[in-house]
Structure formats: C-alpha cells, structure tokens
Design a protein around this ligand. Structure first.
Ligand code: 5GP
Length: 174
C-alpha cells in the first residue's frame, strides 16, 4: 500500500514537547486527569504525558467511531469506560485527530454529565476541511489537509499504528 511521509518523528517530538510545556504552565497546582481516547491516541498520550511536569493521573476511554473504514458514521460507541470518577477534576481529553468533530462533541456531552471542574482538548491533528461540528482544540499539534493519515498510533484497518512518523495513504482507497 503506497504511503506518503507527512510529518517526521523529530517534528512530532518537538511539537509534543511544546504542548507538554504549555499544559504544565496552564495547570500548575491543579488536580489534572488526562483521558486518552483509544486506540488512536495511545502513542501521542504516552509521549505527551512524559512532557507534562505535574502530578497527574491518566485514564483511558475506548471509543469506536470508524468501523474499519475511512468514513465517519457519526455513531460513537464507548467500548471501554473510565476507571475513576472525574467529578471536580480538571480533565484534558487526548485525541489523535479531530476530523468531522462528531466524536469529540459526543465525548464532551458524555463527560460533562460526570461534572468535572473543566474539560479541555489536546489533539495531535486537525482536518478542518471536514468539519461538521466545530470543536475548540486547546492544545493542537498540527493542522493537515484532507488526507487519510496513519502512523504514530493512527491505523488503517488496525495496521500502521507502530509507524514512528505520520504518513498519508496515497490514494485514499488503499
Ligand atoms: P471525527 O468524529 O472527528 O470525524 O473522527 C474522529 C476519529 O476518526 C479519530 O479519532 C480517528 O479515530 C478517526 N479518523 C479521522 N480521520 C482519520 C485519519 O485520517 N486517519 C485515521 N487513521 N483515523 C482517522
């Protein structure tokens, strides 16, 4: 399958370190929980967490929004829930990519019912060309064109998550 390199590992590492420093500055003295949205954000979340110099906790939310396909169904299913209460805590949702915005807006609605002190969003990537629901991204890695990306945690049919860089699938049909 033809892959076109998009963002190299060094560039990703530098940007993730910057985001970690910004979060560290913004949440000094606060009770912070990172919520990594599985599976796509697991690499980003692991790297980001190691650049945040705070006493934080990390939890995971399993979500399915793309069923082995490149099209957003708009249907979001929680496949694994948080293990701790977030009531009264400051939360940062860690996403791999905001595409249509449907997943994040669903997650926000769901998480708000659990009464956290605040919710912000960190996303490695944003594809503004495909927005259906506008979403505010508080900590954004990179804005990209309307291409299907894999690597650094992102998959195509469960493959390519282990690529250390981000690549585009050349023709989108694979
Ligand atoms: P949204 O609900 O914003 O349309 O989609 C969010 C989810 O769709 C992401 O968390 C990701 O799992 C998947 N997604 C959207 N665009 C891409 C892409 O270019 N590559 C991959 N691998 N997944 C994508």
């Amino acid at each position: 399958m033809p892959l076109k390199p998009l963002i190299d590992a060094g560039t990703i590492a530098r940007r993730v370190a910057e985001l970690g420093r910004a979060i560290t500055d913004d949440y000094l003295g606060e009770d912070l929980v990172l919520i990594a949205v599985l599976k796509g954000s697991y690499v980003f979340a692991a790297d980001l967490a190691r650049h945040i110099d705070l006493d934080l906790s990390i939890d995971f939310l399993g979500v399915r929004s793309y069923a082995d396909d490149q099209q957003s169904s708009g249907i979001v299913q929680i496949t694994a829930d948080l293990t701790q209460s977030i009531e009264g805590k400051h939360v940062i949702v860690v996403e791999d990519i905001v595409d249509t915005g449907l997943t994040v807006s669903y997650l926000y609605e769901n998480l708000e019912t659990r009464r956290p002190a605040s919710i912000k969003l960190a996303s490695l990537l944003h594809k503004p060309a495909r927005t259906q629901v506008p979403v505010r991204i508080d900590y954004l890695g990179f804005t990209i064109d309307d291409v299907f990306v894999v690597g650094y945690g992102l998959d195509y049919r469960q493959r390519f998550r282990n690529l250390p860089y981000l690549a585009a699938i050349a023709d989108g049909t694979a």
